[in-house]
Design a protein around this ligand. Structure first.
Ligand SMILES: O=C(O)CCC(=O)C(=O)O
Length: 261
């Protein structure tokens, strides 16, 4: 079985959810026009890292975001890995991802688990505590957000339910983009899964973001790279490769979890 994924490598208007809702509507329409099965968005696409303005900007209970993504998914018959948005719940803020299928059903939601101290995230955001694995377009899948990829044990925790695709949404700054690529390739190899990773482009007051959204196969080969400009980049993934790779080197079967801490 093959799937066409669309990497929505977009810019994000700082602290301007209205403009970003408009932009997301456009990129999802574009992905649908290109016949993508799944479109993947970057991290914190409603506000950017406007952390000190979340009071007033964060989406209450993520309701506006869910409604938008569900409507777009239904209208265009497209599955959406909704990146993440700043949300407000019970007097706290979260960095939250919504996954919506092509019927407009919410199939999963996830709060970022590892908060990024270098960008002061833990001063404003509450960390999530739950896994994020789901079925999307007929494929067992898992999803994480940005800094999460530096924690291989967390990716493995999510992937161990049989994930064939690991989705990553990020606002990963340009100075560490070489690390982004190496970390993602390693996560693909060790989990013998496709990695579909979307980073934003553009600038915020503190950082420059240079994209390099990637699709990586289970052997760690980069099969699509969106480069450094704003675009919707398509790639097709072929799941027969996973059976071949896992059949040859059965990493999941050979694990010794009783020895790991
Ligand atoms: O780990 C990194 O270098 C970047 C992480 C990051 O920017 C984030 O989690 O928002």
């Amino acid at each position: 079985m093959g799937l066409t994924v669309a990497l929505a490598q977009m810019d994000v208007d700082f602290a301007n959810p209205g403009a970003n809702f408009e932009r997301v509507s456009q990129v999802i329409a574009e992905a649908a026009k290109e016949h993508a099965d799944i479109v993947v968005l970057p991290e914190m696409w409603n506000t950017g890292y406007a952390l000190d303005q979340l009071n007033g900007l964060a989406d209450p209970n993520g309701q506006n975001t869910q409604e938008l993504l569900q409507e777009l998914a239904r209208n265009y018959h497209i599955n959406i890995v909704g990146g993440s948005v700043a949300t407000a719940r019970d007097d706290r803020f979260y960095n939250t991802s919504y996954i919506v299928d092509d019927q407009g059903r919410l199939v999963s939601s996830y709060d970022k688990v590892h908060l990024f101290g270098l960008m002061n995230e833990e001063q404003y955001i509450t960390a999530g505590k739950t896994e994020n694995y789901f079925q999307l377009a007929g494929a067992a899948s898992a999803g994480v957000i940005c800094y999460d990829i530096r924690f291989p044990e967390w990716l493995r925790t999510n992937a161990r339910h049989g994930a064939k695709v690991l989705y990553v949404s990020a606002e990963w700054p340009q100075p560490r983009i070489a690390q982004w690529e190496v970390l993602l390739r390693a996560r693909a190899i060790e989990n013998q899964a496709f990695v579909v990773a979307v980073n934003r482009v553009g600038d915020d007051p503190d950082n420059h973001f240079n994209g390099h959204s990637l699709v990586i196969d289970p052997l760690g080969n980069i099969i699509a790279n969106a480069g450094e400009t704003e675009k919707v980049k398509l790639a097709t993934i072929d799941f027969s490769q996973i059976e071949a790779v896992r059949g040859q080197i059965p990493v999941f079967k050979d694990r010794r979890p009783e020895l790991y801490r």
